[in-house]
Design a protein around this ligand. Structure first.
Ligand code: ATP
Ligand code: ZN
Ligand code: MG
Length: 302
């Protein structure tokens, strides 16, 4: 095969990913999905005994919750909103005319009450806050959602619509930082079981603008975010396939998540980038699953 063929082209040629004409927006083959399903079962094996409450939200969230989250302060460049046509018949006629002559037909679309979910845990905090006080022994949730980020790229590991599996822990500082540490250890163990080379490093989010630089430095200096990295597109710059985030009491304060005595809970979340993990497996072991090492197939399919 031509050495110049990119990993993305090879994924298209093999049919594992399906080109839609938009960078970062792909269809997935049954084989690709089967790898994700198998890896999620492995996640269940590692986390299943913890007694997390499973919740599945759709890939859109309440716009009011999104506004309260402060996402537009930190990552305005990544957000995606859902807009719809809300006009009358006359408006409809001018809409169709507009499309016919190739003008911008989207400019009169109105914002709906739905925003695309930027990270699987975003809809959870207001949902849990509504339930009342958090137990002294803490709370644990198991989430999975398609997430949207407006970051079009030719790198197959950077998609605009991708799935995140998350565990979210709420409780005391010690409780949630222990949770985070245990998943860093499990993450390394899991990836080893499927034959992937990993490193863990401190990280920061890409907060927008000059003020964002300070937020990013602060996050890094305080070890609030770690990533588990696996080489996919580049050996020199491995890709984050999991992240381990400690929010201190920031989300507890924002959403009013409290213990019964009124004190604010701390939160942490651990996210698996499911497409990235599948891509790391295909990149490391080859595009044909039948050719994968026996130990890897055994870990995934028993
Ligand atoms: P990166 O630094 O690579 O942009 P991130 O810090 O933005 O990653 P998180 O916000 O921590 O990522 O999201 C949790 C996980 O979701 C990441 O560790 C990664 O595996 C996955 N992920 C994030 N952005 C994308 C994307 N654009 N496409 C595919 N997976 C992604
Ligand atoms: Zn999260
Ligand atoms: Mg990012």
């Amino acid at each position: 095969m031509d050495m110049q063929t990119s990993f993305l082209d090879r994924l298209f040629e093999s049919g594992l990913l399906i080109d839609t004409g938009v960078d970062g927006l792909y269809g997935r083959s049954g084989q690709f999905e089967d790898v994700i399903a198998a890896f999620e079962r492995l996640i269940d094996q590692f986390g299943g005994a913890d007694g997390a409450e499973a919740i599945r939200f759709p890939p859109g969230m309440n716009r009011a919750f999104f506004e309260t989250s402060g996402y537009m302060k930190s990552f305005p460049q990544l957000a995606g909103t859902v807009h719809s046509f809300c006009g009358n018949e006359l408006d409809h006629m001018s809409l169709l005319k507009c499309m016919e002559v190739g003008d911008d037909w989207t400019k009169d679309q109105q914002a709906t009450d739905i925003v695309l979910t930027p990270a699987a845990c975003y809809p959870l905090y207001p949902t849990v806050a509504k339930r009342g006080a958090i137990s002294e022994s803490g709370a644990l949730f198991d989430l999975q959602s398609y997430c949207f980020r407006h970051e079009p790229s030719k790198d197959p590991a950077r998609q605009q619509l991708f799935r995140m599996r998350e565990y979210v822990c709420m409780g005391s500082e010690k409780h949630v930082t222990d949770f985070r540490q245990s998943w860093m250890d499990r993450g390394v163990e899991m990836m080893k079981a499927v034959g992937l080379d990993v490193t863990i490093d401190v990280a920061n989010d890409p907060f927008f603008g000059r003020a964002g630089k300070m937020l990013a430095n602060n996050q890094r200096d305080q070890n609030l975010k770690f990533e588990l990295l696996i080489p996919i597109t580049s050996a020199a710059k491995p890709t984050a396939c999991m992240s381990f985030n400690y929010h201190q009491d920031a989300f507890g304060t924002k959403w009013g998540l409290n213990f019964a005595d009124g004190s604010v809970v701390h939160t942490a979340c651990v996210g698996f980038g499911l497409e990235r993990i599948a891509l790391a497996l295909f990149h490391t072991h080859g595009l044909d699953v039948k050719e994968w090492p026996e130990s890897v197939r055994k870990a995934l399919w028993g």
